[in-house]
Design a protein around this ligand. Structure first.
Ligand SMILES: [Zn+2]
Length: 226
């Protein structure tokens, strides 16, 4: 069954629900309003509409989650977004902190054919420039086993898999300290409130403090000893 073409705002809602669910967070009216930077009052109406269209379903006490159809549509938007980012970096020489806004716009306009050809031209990459997994054209997404940086106990050496892509300043900061996909870092310390993490990036370097809001969204996996 083909689904009617979804509007830009519908796609943004589905992506926002996906991203909250993915991080194990409730997708309630307030969380969605914050993620989409709009008023909670306008979120309620849209949630109702998307539920009627079979894209979302209500989850008691946890807001909404995607139906199978909603999940499929969200992955299509994510695929377009991440392929576009990869293409801009690899083929057009964009810096990695400069591609998210372009991808936010183009993801709603590019056809699946264009995206598949861009993916072919890149050799079908499995991750975007920020390390996020790219859904396949058949709609599968592989999340390698891992956890967020803020959950790692001090003394543990880990491999950085992905960093959050939404904020330019944050990406520049990550790059300036070497917190990039593929980097091997050792968690040196976690502050008393548990919301900042000190990591040593590279051998013999002084630890740098990473804000909790960033650490929560950096995914890492176990790193074998060198
Ligand atoms: Zn992005």
């Amino acid at each position: 069954m083909t689904f009617p073409v979804l509007s830009r705002s519908v796609e943004d809602y589905l992506k926002a629900v996906y991203s909250l669910n993915e991080r194990g967070k409730a997708a309630g009216t307030n969380e969605l309003a914050r993620a989409l930077e709009i008023q909670p009052a306008s979120v309620s109406g849209m949630i109702r509409r998307l539920a009627e269209d079979g894209l979302l379903q209500h989850e008691p006490y946890r807001g909404v989650r995607l139906t199978r159809q909603g999940h499929r549509e969200a992955l299509k938007v994510l695929r377009r977004h991440r392929i576009i980012e990869a293409f801009l970096v690899q083929r057009l020489g964009y810096p990695w902190d400069d591609v998210h806004e372009e991808a936010e716009r183009l993801e709603h306009a590019a056809s699946d054919t264009l995206i598949d050809r861009m993916a072919d031209a890149l050799g079908n990459p499995t991750t975007d420039p920020h390390g996020a997994p790219i859904p396949t054209r058949s709609g599968r997404i592989d999340h390698p086993p891992g956890r967020s940086l803020d959950e790692v106990p001090p003394g543990t050496r880990v491999l950085v898999r992905s960093v959050p892509d939404g904020n330019r300043e944050r990406l520049r900061y990550c790059k300036s300290v070497g917190l990039v996909p593929g980097a091997r870092v050792t968690v040196a310390d976690v502050d008393a409130d548990g919301d900042c993490v000190a990591v040593a990036i590279g051998a013999g370097t002084d630890p740098v403090w990473i804000e909790g809001t960033v650490a929560q969204r950096v995914t890492v996996s176990e790193s074998p000893r060198p």
